[in-house]
Design a protein around this ligand. Structure first.
Ligand code: FE2
Length: 609
């Protein structure tokens, strides 16, 4: 839990909702207690009464008003724990005998073989409050309830996140949900919300069957006996032709990126899925893209797009050698050859990386893929406290790993990177990233994670690594002005974990301050208020094509949900103001669940899709 905000939040009165926070809050707070997960219920009754549309909506259709809105839940509802109701089933054809047998076996495993569910894989906890899934929402006009939407926001802000198509019948981890895109299409001050699943192979197979078929990656390993039983069941389903893993079993639930002018929904266990945003705000999945057969297996959900060259740098990782493979796409989206990295010595959990103008920087951390433990029914990812974290630096146009250098950085475990750049004519590289101080909690107890944003400098000539934190707060899901990717920048906009994965506010950091003063680099901040939680912020420049514009001349946007009223809003905040003043608030016609990463796509880029 964020040690600063946790003691401050209870003092907030509802009238301060969406109000700025003081820059020097109290510094004492008890550690979070076991089981203090801040959960209340799985609000299945909160699922919206909206039409689920997959292919019938015209791309030219006008936005529709909401026909029926879900009433906000009462406090009693949010304080009552209840099991998810029976999963919805939409069989479209007679269920065969093998399928019936498989489903009976699945139910048997869930009921009699699974050990008691840990909170991290218990859907009653994982899908509580605003983590509960919603149905799709066709393009629906929204009401601007405060201020007005700036013209630079013409385009679409789209956020990805997990939203299971079927309520889990057994263990379920937050990372296991089908990807759903929540897009707010903005045009001349008007806003339209649309929520659509990414139509992955897994989604389509299961939608056709009317029930879950593909096993969950993160929660499927739940004790040796149950894991073995699930493995055998999955094999039987494959043999019976229910699904073919060759087509990908990814969820595309993590993020979005523009690569070669095309928009992709991403999840690191599969290939990118191309998506399109129609003029009316609707979202369509075009399909899984292997880039003319040149992209294999999977790709990170955090590619880095150089704002000057348009190139996209990316990688994939896995449990088999080479554990890491680096590659890039030209500005036109043509994939370049793989660069296998054999010098990565273990199958590290490699979620993100950074680029500079000269290099790519890869972390090898204490969290790793754990094939042996996985086979014994444990988590597929675990922490190895005996491992020394390293940073690997490779020229970003390298054709092989011969020039790659690794640097030990003890105690530096990063899941996300914020930015990197070159200094001293390329002799020094700088990396800014949140360091996870309690890696052992990565999958099981996200509420106990504290992430400290650090600035790390690597002297490539001497090999000396220096580092220092730039804030004491628990910060992650951080972004910068996208025009500064790979270049020296000052400002970072980061989400406040309170505790993770809930986000109580946003701060603005000036990381240049730390060069002369080791004080906290927070220069602006905003708490969303009591019972209000947001997501990853995103920065949208006011004048993206003006090279002389100031780095922070723009807006910070995010979805924010009020758990007491059940209302979700889209907030637009002035990035230059010390309190991140709200310049526009859009009341959303339906709640937007908490999720992962988002992207703003300008009108100009939308028109090129
Ligand atoms: Fe991420």
């Amino acid at each position: 839990m964020d040690t600063l905000s946790s003691s401050f939040l209870p003092k907030l009165h509802p009238k301060y909702i969406f109000s700025p926070i003081p820059l020097s809050p109290p510094r004492t707070s008890p550690h979070p207690q076991p089981n203090s997960l801040n959960i209340s219920s799985v609000r299945i009754e909160d699922k919206p009464q909206t039409t689920t549309t997959t292919t019938t909506t015209s791309r030219r259709a006008a936005p529709q008003p909401v026909k029926k809105q879900t009433p906000p839940p009462s406090p009693q509802q949010t304080n009552t724990r209840k099991r998810p109701s029976t999963p919805k089933t939409r069989p479209t054809e007679p269920v065969s005998l093998p399928t019936t047998i498989f489903n009976v076996v699945d139910g048997f495993i869930n009921t009699f073989v699974d050990p008691p569910l840990r909170p991290s894989v218990d859907p009653r906890y994982v899908l509580s409050d605003n983590f509960a899934p919603v149905d799709e929402l066709p393009p629906t006009l929204c009401q601007v309830v405060e201020g007005s939407l700036p013209t630079c926001l013409n385009g679409a802000y789209i956020r990805n996140g997990p939203n299971p198509q079927f309520l889990p019948r057994g263990p379920y981890h937050l990372f296991d949900g089908d990807g759903m895109l929540h897009s707010i299409r903005i045009s001349d001050g008007k806003a339209t919300l649309c929520s659509r699943y990414v139509k992955t192979y897994k989604y389509k197979v299961e939608n056709k069957n009317g029930f879950s078929v593909v096993p969950n990656v993160f929660s499927g390993f739940n004790g040796l006996t149950a894991s073995a039983a699930r493995g055998a069941l999955a094999a039987a389903r494959m043999v019976a032709g229910q699904f073919n893993p060759v087509n990908g079993i990814g969820l595309a639930n993590t993020s979005l990126a523009l690569i070669g002018g095309k928009l992709y929904a991403l999840g690191e266990s599969d290939l990118p899925y191309a998506v399109e945003v129609a003029q009316n705000g609707d979202i369509y999945t075009e399909g899984r893209n292997d880039f003319d057969g040149k992209l294999f297996m999977s790709m990170t959900a955090h590619p880095k797009v150089d704002p000057d060259t348009g190139e996209a740098f990316a990688f994939r990782y896995g449990p088999m050698r080479p554990f890491l493979t680096f590659f890039r796409f030209n500005a036109d989206g043509t994939k370049q050859p793989d660069v296998p990295i054999f010098s990565m010595t273990s199958p590290s959990f490699l979620h993100d990386f950074a680029i500079t103008k000269k290099y790519a920087i890869f972390p090898e951390i204490q969290i790793g893929m754990n094939p042996m433990e996985m086979m014994a029914g444990g988590s597929p990812v675990g922490a190895n406290p005996g491992k020394v974290p390293r940073l690997g630096v490779i020229p970003r146009y390298a054709k092989d790993e011969s020039e790659m250098k690794w640097f030990d950085v003890p105690g530096f475990n990063i899941i996300h990177a914020i930015n990197g750049w070159d200094e001293d004519d390329g002799d020094t590289i700088v990396l800014v990233a949140p360091n996870i101080l309690s890696v052992e909690h990565t999958l099981e107890r996200m509420d106990l994670i504290h992430a400290s944003v650090e600035k790390v400098k690597i002297d490539l000539k001497t090999g000396i690594v220096s580092r220092h934190p730039v804030s004491s707060r628990n910060l992650d899901f951080a972004v910068i002005n996208p025009a500064y990717v790979g270049k020296k920048n000052k400002y970072v906009y980061a989400a406040i974990g309170d505790p993770m994965p809930k986000i109580s506010g946003v701060v603005k950091l000036d990381v240049s301050v730390s060069d002369s003063d080791r004080c906290d680099c927070i220069v602006a901040s905003r708490l969303y208020g009591e019972s209000c939680f947001g997501g990853e912020p995103f920065f949208v420049a006011k004048e993206p094509n003006n090279p002389s514009a100031e780095e922070d001349d723009g807006y910070v946007v995010s979805y924010v949900h009020n758990e007491k009223t059940g209302e979700s809003r889209f907030l637009v905040m002035d990035a230059k103001s010390p309190n991140l003043d709200i310049v526009a608030a859009v009341k959303l016609p339906r709640r937007v669940p908490y999720g992962f990463h988002g992207l703003f796509v300008s009108e100009n880029d939308l028109n090129k899709l």
